[in-house]
Design a protein around this ligand. Sequence first.
Ligand SMILES: C[S@@+](CC[C@H](N)C(=O)[O-])C[C@H]1O[C@@H](n2cnc3c(N)ncnc32)[C@H](O)[C@@H]1O
Length: 249
Amino acid sequence: MAQQNIYDNDAFFKNFSGQRAEEINFNDVIETPIITAMLPDLTGKRILDIGCGMGQHAKQYAEMGAASVLGIDLSEKMLSFAKENNSSEKITYRRLAFENLEEIRDRFDVITSSLAFDYVQDFAGLMKKIYGLLEDDGRFVYSMSHPISTAYDGVYDRYTRTESGERLYANLHNYSVEGRRVIKWVVDAYELYHRKVSTLINDMAGAGFIIEECQESHLPEEIIRKYPDKFGGLWHQPDFIFFRCSKRQ
Ligand SMILES: C[S@@+](CC[C@H](N)C(=O)[O-])C[C@H]1O[C@@H](n2cnc3c(N)ncnc32)[C@H](O)[C@@H]1O
């Protein structure tokens, strides 16, 4: 699979945008607070947000004082939602796949990405392209599904459960086998790439990045207790992993 534009599939887009609009959703409750805390001061900065989706982060970064935000995404449906609902004179949305980043001629002070790199086939190549687009004193901050969470085959339950259905253990399926995984999720064939934590680290380092910070998603206990069906499994495993990188000088 070179590119999977699953967010332009009607059923998938409806499901994703519906979940994103819920008051308690994975992005707003888990992802956004962690990535926001890892960002440098955005005042006056030029930002590139890769896989910007419906533009919530682009709008957030503009409101945090960025001079400009370029949001790129493959999905026309996501971009059209972004333009309608999360626009600002500081933000430009552009349809561009992250496989074609070399088409961007500008350089950026901060490059971000939220939960889009699960779909990257050539992670090492992407890290090199991002390195080339970042100013020497810039920062690259991103989140993606945690490799523990993508070590899943979609066939068996993610959890070993008690007889009453309580999640007892998170199951890993072939953690060490990297590459494309096709699972049933909203659509019959949802495709993503699983890779090990060591591969992420080595590909960033190989591109020239210094890892300044790494975080794994965690939730306040009261949220897990309040929404056990939605977040109960997160006692056992982190859903997302986060990195902040600078350039080796
Ligand atoms: C889980 S959504 C995240 C959207 C947004 N960053 C957010 O946090 O809400 C993943 C996004 O990655 C985009 N995407 C997937 N493959 C892509 C590709 N090859 N190039 C650019 N964007 C891609 C999808 O269209 C989708 O908008």
